[in-house]
Design a protein around this ligand. Structure first.
Ligand code: SIN
Length: 362
């Protein structure tokens, strides 16, 4: 009777946020309902397996669209034996608590940015945050599709998590209520960042103060003046309405924002084989889809930001870009110990990046 929710009792969220708690039964109320369980079990034998996929961005972003693609593929390839519920925009969990919710089984699938794995003790995922570590998508793919990417996904296993692949968002741009062209323009600004030591070091290298906050808190904090600026790809910038609270956006492409598609291992490994095979293929195809559409979604968002005209978009000259790279390059050396020297060297080998940049920056 594989579909009668084998995870029902053990997977009740107990430490998750108020937001999450309000939507799920507590362990206590489930125990109180124990006499009804045999009836419930037979009533539920034909019910679909429910897979909750929580994320923090808007539906019309690379991640939002790929999550929807996964839902469509998963439901059709299992002939409805699996129902995927996609919860966007932090409506179930913020990025602060979604990993805990996954580990507890309150949700089954997530795609957190690789900047958010530190609570699991997996600092090596922050290697993706290093400034200018990937020259372009080809360099990135050599890492995510190669041995390095697989090695990183395997690191999730002891945490009760299965890593299924990497999804792009894209390259990040800097924003503030002033033009940001050279490092000196960032001096004294407070910048909202994701909880990654590498991103914090990047902001400090520019003379700015990093302030970690959840994605859902960024726009309110900018509106209140608690922070001055931030960084994100244009799809997130547009769909979260950063353009209503930031007067300038500089196309720096200084760092990468991507996601690891992950599932709760107990859920995944407890699935009937045919169902898991169907979901595996849905995840692989959704991954391909995510990585095919991401650049275009960001290009379209940039065009829309420019068309709407609320935020002025600045393009760096080659000299300005070179100076920014030079200011940020020392972050690689500073963060080598945190992300792991071997891993960083393996990435330099894959991308051919490290040596050239090191030489250029002296
Ligand atoms: C996301 O794209 O999932 C969120 C990015 C952020 O927190 O800045």
């Amino acid at each position: 009777m594989p579909r009668a929710a084998p995870y029902a009792m053990q997977d009740i969220p107990c430490q998750a946020t108020q937001r999450g708690r309000s939507r799920f039964s507590t362990r206590r109320s489930l125990l109180a309902a124990a006499p009804l369980l045999p009836w419930l079990a037979s009533a539920r034998a034909a019910d679909p397996i429910v897979l909750r996929f929580s994320h923090v961005v808007a539906p019309n972003t690379p991640k939002g669209r790929a999550a929807e693609q996964f839902r469509l593929l998963a439901e059709s390839r299992t002939q409805g034996r699996v129902r995927v519920e996609v919860h966007p925009n932090s409506e179930l969990y913020t990025d602060r608590d979604e990993l805990e919710a996954l580990q507890l089984g309150a949700v089954q699938m997530l795609a957190p940015s690789t900047a958010k794995f530190a609570p699991l003790g997996l600092h090596e995922f922050e290697v993706f945050d290093l400034p200018y570590v990937f020259a372009d998508y080809d360099a990135l793919r050599r890492v995510t599709r190669g041995e390095v990417g697989q090695r990183l996904l395997r690191r999730l296993q002891p945490k009760g998590i299965v890593g299924l692949g990497f999804w792009d968002n894209g390259f990040k741009q800097m924003s503030a209520n002033k033009p940001l062209r050279v490092a000196a323009d960032y001096a004294g600004l407070t910048m909202r960042v994701q909880p990654s030591e590498v991103i914090k070091a990047q902001m400090r290298a520019l003379g700015a103060r990093p302030r970690v906050m959840a994605f859902s808190e960024a726009v309110p904090a900018l509106r209140a003046g608690a922070v001055d600026g931030t960084e994100n790809p244009t799809s997130n910038f547009l769909t979260q309405r950063f353009d209503t609270v930031q007067s300038h956006l500089t196309l720096t492409d200084h760092g990468y924002l991507g996601y690891a598609l992950i599932v709760n291992a107990r859920f995944w490994n407890g699935l009937p084989r045919d169902i898991r095979a169907a979901l595996d293929s849905a995840a692989a195809d959704a991954t391909r889809y995510a990585n095919e559409i991401a650049k275009q979604v960001n290009d379209e968002a940039l065009a829309e930001i420019e068309r709407a005209g609320r935020t002025r978009v600045l393009r760096l000259t080659p000299t300005e870009r070179g100076l920014l790279q030079q200011a940020l390059w020392p972050v690689h050396q500073q963060m080598r110990g945190r992300v792991g020297g071997d891993l960083l060297d393996a990435i330099y080998r894959e991308t051919g990046q490290g040596l050239g940049r090191r030489t250029a920056a002296g």
